[in-house]
Design a protein around this ligand. Sequence first.
Ligand code: SF4
Length: 422
Amino acid sequence: MKHNIEKFNPKNNKTVCGASWCHLHLFADNKAYPCCMNVTTPMGDYKENTLKEIWNNDTMKKFRVDTLNGIPQTGCEPCYEAEKTGQYSYRESFWDKIKNNPEILENTNEDGSLDEMHLLYWDFRFSNVCDLKCRTCDPAHSSTWGEEMSRVNPAGMNGLPILRQGTSAKILAELENDGHYDNVNEVYFAGGEPLVAKEHYILLEKLDEYKKNNIVLWYNTNFMNLYFKKVPVWKWWNKFTDIRLQVSIDGIGDRGSYIRKGFDSNKFETNLKEVRENAPHVKMAASVTISLLNLFHLFDLFDVLLNKYEIEPSLININFVFWPQYYSIQNLPNEIKEKWLVKYNNEIDKYKNEKYANINSIFEQIKTHLFQNEPNLNHLNGFKEYTKLYDSIRNESIVDVFPEYAELFDKFEKKGFPRTTI
Ligand code: SF4
């Protein structure tokens, strides 16, 4: 059946998504998902099946047909929500990746199957190996956190501190044997932490061997380690022309390392210099996760990013914590939100200049998001419980690093809030 390409345009259809026509996301537990934003709707299990089998299984076919017919999908809410507030969604980015290959979309069979498999964009997480344990992440995405959790609460990780697919060789062989290197335009490396994962380097060497040196290589990295077996990463990077790093940073000094355990802002600064000197073509963007931990220090953080680290204002982006829900800024009591608003009103003028349009817009989004929902006491209680738990495991204290929450934690002690289970 020949479809009209305009049926796939996200402007004309609020659910259809190019992801399931040009992409698959494999997580470290072997589950395959339509993309890394939708990790609640597995399309298949890579331990049991090949990529090719998953590509046209009943789940994938239904996903394509349903989204074409305007049926919203569980797990795709982040895209639907982003579009409601005018943000550029991941779904829209997939349209931009695939619209120049209309034949891939137009030749969709009536049952949702595709006769050919064009994996234009890869996102395969070979393991959760990671050198940090960030509070706004989780043990399934970080082996060091998995190790900690398996000591403290073995049942929480099913006794598995490290998630390894054990299928790395299978993926690498399938990509090669089924000719996927011919089609690939973009590869996304994330983790775990890609720069400490051996499969990342194997894949770069294969891409070089197949002369895919001009494709886009995206990274989400904690940027703490630029060496693999004592060889600097730019030995590989200098063979590729288009490398775009999203470097995660949520705070400076103690605040940064409290949120991202193992993060060191001095090392961050040194690594920025090293990459700028040794691989100047690499584009470095800063990615800030907005949680109630760093909410009151964002102006300080942005000042450092812009003025000390000299990150381009247009290359700073944010994402709001949705999970764990107890770190969402929306949970804060209204009187704390109002205090933040005072700070916002005192500081925002410095970003009114056109040069800082992106920064101004970021703070506008934060303000809107903060007040979008009423405080959630159940989640706020989760914030208290989990903060105290991790503080005791890590020998840290939130009020030493974020004194603005001393009063809130004092209230918790005196008054208490409803118990929660998370
Ligand atoms: S709509 Fe968004 S979350 Fe759903 S598959 Fe597409 S990109 Fe992923």
